[in-house]
Design a protein around this ligand. Structure first.
Ligand code: INI
Length: 159
């Protein structure tokens, strides 16, 4: 190992002075609202003031999340975005199409706009899995997405 010091860069978990946008889908609304509450709580804990620093946009379903997120990301009004929603597998292949369009669309929106976008959309086999990830045994993925957004907002400023 070389003795030279590595140049390492990372983002801090500090939301002060930053603006965040949240896109949350209404489909499976009671899960989405739990994800949203946890994301807002995390942003507040990290120093954001939701009424001043956070804009929450609601869309019909997960399929529409990238459409709103892409516009918000390109507006350059936000240091980072958080996407929240819940897709639950049904009897038809619909689930795969919604999940693929949602995840790929969010990725493309982030890469094209250069605005970080955190992925807090649950893709579950059943309702129980969703409940466990929205404040149950598996934590709350809304909180996890908010932490990722704050970290990436800080990191992006440094890169
Ligand atoms: N949208 C979701 O967010 N979650 C789902 O589980 C879901 N299912 O199961 O169908 C879902 N479908 C709606 C879709 O996202 C669009 O809103 C709809 O197709 C209109 O474009």
């Amino acid at each position: 190992m070389s003795k030279r010091k590595l140049h390492r860069i990372s983002g801090e978990l500090d939301a002060r002075g930053k603006k965040f946008g949240i896109v949350v889908s209404r489909f499976n609304n009671f899960i989405g609202e739990r994800l949203l509450a946890s994301a807002l709580e995390a942003l507040t804990q990290l120093g954001a003031n939701p009424s001043r620093d956070v804009t929450v946009v609601t869309v019909p379903g997960a399929f529409e999340i990238p459409q709103a997120a892409s516009r918000m990301a390109r507006s350059k009004k936000f240091d980072a975005l958080i996407t929240l929603g819940c897709v639950i597998r049904g009897e038809t292949p619909h689930f795969e199409y919604v999940c693929a369009a949602c995840s790929k669309g969010i990725e493309v929106a982030a890469l094209e706009s250069k605005t970080p976008i955190a992925f807090g959309v649950l893709t579950c086999n059943n309702l129980e899995e969703a409940i466990q990830r929205a404040g149950g045994k598996a934590g709350n993925k809304g909180r996890d997405a908010a932490l990722a957004a704050v970290e990436m907002a800080g990191l992006t400023k440094k890169l």
